[in-house]
Design a protein around this ligand. Structure first.
Ligand code: HEC
Length: 231
């Protein structure tokens, strides 16, 4: 290898390094990555892990035994009992609210949007047809399983009574749970607030609007007794 060849190899390596460096620089100029500080999705039902507390107990992983221990820790992370302080916001607490209270603040427009799902099977218009399910014009206050020309299931026919808001609320929460054997193959609306919106919408479908049940007075917090100061 003469000197000229060595120069060519050297120049080649130098050029390659130069191209790489330029490429890296150009990459950072063209793309400026943003690392969001929060997770793009939050896994449901998983309590936040206190990594700081876990790390305090981690071995330093200096020797083999400690490395094995560390691997064990990592492999069992999901089994670690995590201390969640009682006052953190671990999701909304399920406070049962009575139907009257929910209806008082229900939004018929929101209900109408949810009721789009019903329209796959139900017609809501006056003198409208029966479809997979019966026509629902004026269903609030109507006798159960009474719409002319619809072949109801024996289960629903056996229910009797009238569709009150409470009955509808119970039925719509889970039709098959409320009336086992019903033909209405609809999973139901789990959220009581969302059901209230739908009921508020159903209230607008019909000739006369049925009055909502009155809100139940909630147990008021105990009033501090202040002894009247006698002058
Ligand atoms: C997959 C089709 C389907 C969907 C979706 C559906 N229903 Fe029904 N619904 C039915 C059928 C079928 C019946 C008749 C049930 C029976 O006879 O057991 C019924 C019956 C009813 C009844 C009783 C009516 C009466 O005359 O007694 C009400 C009230 C009702 N549905 C409301 C709703 C509402 C509100 C929604 C939307 C949140 C909804 N349904 C979604 C099919 C459906």
């Amino acid at each position: 290898m003469d000197r000229w060849e060595k120069t060519k190899i050297g120049a080649g390596i130098g050029l390659a390094c130069g191209v790489m460096a330029t490429g890296l620089w150009l990459g950072t100029v063209l793309v400026s990555p943003v690392y969001p500080q929060q997770r793009s999705y939050a896994p449901a039902g998983v309590p936040p892990v206190d990594l700081a507390a876990m790390q305090r107990e981690w071995p330093v992983a200096g020797n083999r035994e400690e490395r094995e221990q560390l691997k064990g820790y990592i492999g069992h992370i999901e089994k670690v009992a995590v201390f969640v302080p009682a006052d953190t916001d671990a999701g909304p607490a399920e406070v049962p609210v009575d139907l009257g209270t929910l209806l008082a603040s229900a939004d018929a427009e929101k209900g109408r949007r949810t009721a789009q799902a019903c329209m796959a099977c139900h017609d809501f218009t006056q003198n409208g047809p029966n479809r997979i399910g019966p026509n629902l014009w004026g269903v609030v206050g109507r006798s159960v399983a009474s719409h002319a020309g619809f072949g109801y299931s024996p289960a629903l026919k056996g229910l009797g009574g009238q569709w009150t808001y409470q009955q509808l609320d119970h039925f719509l929460a889970g039709p098959n749970r409320a009336v086992p054997g019903t033909k209405m193959t609809f999973t139901g609306i789990r959220n009581p607030r969302e059901r209230a919106h739908v009921l508020a919408y159903l209230a607008t479908i019909g000739a006369g609007r049925q009055p909502f049940p009155p809100p139940q007075p909630t147990a008021s917090p105990p009033q501090p007794k202040i002894a009247a100061a006698t002058p």
